[in-house]
Design a protein around this ligand. Structure first.
Ligand code: RIB
Ligand code: CA
Length: 317
């Protein structure tokens, strides 16, 4: 049962990334959450760039009290692949952002999560976790101590898909960058929710609404609009869309308000050795494997509830 008071503690592990930045702003705008920290993983861009990007977002949002820690700079066993075609070289190309006003904490985020989750487990407490980048950090924590899964109230992962891919025909970016990590995480002994492309591609935020963010006439509203304008360029060119899937914000919203996401408890395995399907989340929709379900797979999201929550959150800064 998710604690209901302001006792709700959360960790965001991310790879900013334009949609990660919106997810950060969404998470930090919730009075019910104490955001214990932002853990950074290499993915959309290099670790150093993503750490800087997170610091820039926090600086614009006036949230520099929130600690940022860098984690794994490479996937568990594969070389890093980034997404400059989507996010630019910096990870947050587009808006002109100030340099971070506060340096990241000089502690590896895996060591920090091991410590924080260990203390929570030993105290009989739990922490909610959203992971919106490759799962390298989370997997490193759980591989080191699988019992820490018992300190995770709920883990919502932006990644994978039932029926599509965005980086290859078969694979979604976060899982493809580190499928070995995803495989470890999907077998963790806690409630795991997968917000995949089937969900996020059904929650396109229209470009016509970006002006509502500009009209807030706030640093966060302007930054969000500038980020989404850049993000839109890729989605217009790649998919012919006139809006953007804010993948990572969907995941954070689903962690905050589980009732907005429809899910099915299914068996999910991750392909780690295939010519055409490497990094595929293999979702056993009809139970044909007979294997025990391990993931609550998102099948749809209340788009209005998600969009309203996101807009209200961005307007609250
Ligand atoms: O496939 C979309 C995911 O990959 C998002 O989390 C985006 O930020 C990238 O990390
Ligand atoms: Ca991301």
């Amino acid at each position: 049962m998710t604690p209901t008071s302001t006792s709700r503690r959360m960790i965001l592990d991310c790879d900013p990334g334009h949609d990660d930045a919106i997810a950060m702003l969404l998470a930090l705008a919730q009075p019910v959450w104490t955001v214990e920290g932002i853990s950074i993983v290499a993915g959309n861009t290099t670790l150093d760039n993503a750490v800087r990007a997170a610091g820039q977002v926090l600086t614009v949002a006036g949230q520099t009290h929130v600690p940022v820690r860098g984690g794994m700079a490479q996937p568990l066993v594969r070389p890093l692949r980034t997404a400059p075609n989507v996010h630019g070289e910096t990870g947050l190309d587009g808006p002109v952002l100030p340099e971070p006003a506060v340096a990241p904490v000089d502690e590896h985020s895996v060591d920090w999560m091991l410590r924080l989750l260990g203390e929570a487990r030993d105290a009989g407490e739990t922490v909610e976790v959203a992971a919106t980048g490759p799962l390298t950090n989370v997997a490193a924590v759980l591989r080191r101590d699988p019992t820490l899964a018992h300190a995770i109230e709920r883990l919502v992962v932006m990644g994978g898909a039932i029926n599509e891919g965005n980086t290859t025909p078969a694979a979604e970016f976060n899982v493809l960058v580190d499928p070995e990590a995803a495989s470890i995480v999907f077998d963790a002994d806690t409630e795991i929710v997968m917000v995949g492309l089937d969900v996020t591609h059904s929650a396109i935020f229209p470009g016509a609404r970006f002006d509502e963010l500009r009209a807030l006439n706030t640093p966060v509203g302007t930054m969000a609009a500038d980020l989404l304008d850049f993000f839109l360029r890729f989605h217009r060119q790649q998919y012919g869309l006139d809006g953007v899937p804010i993948h990572d914000a969907c995941a954070v919203a689903a962690l905050l308000r589980p009732e907005i996401l429809q899910t099915r408890h299914l068996r999910v395995d991750v392909e780690t050795a295939s010519t055409f399907c490497d990094g595929r989340t293999v979702v056993d929709l009809w139970g044909v494997t007979g294997r025990e379900p391990n993931v609550h797979v998102g099948t749809s999201i209340d788009v209005d509830a998600f969009t309203d929550l996101m807009m209200e959150s961005l307007a609250s800064y």
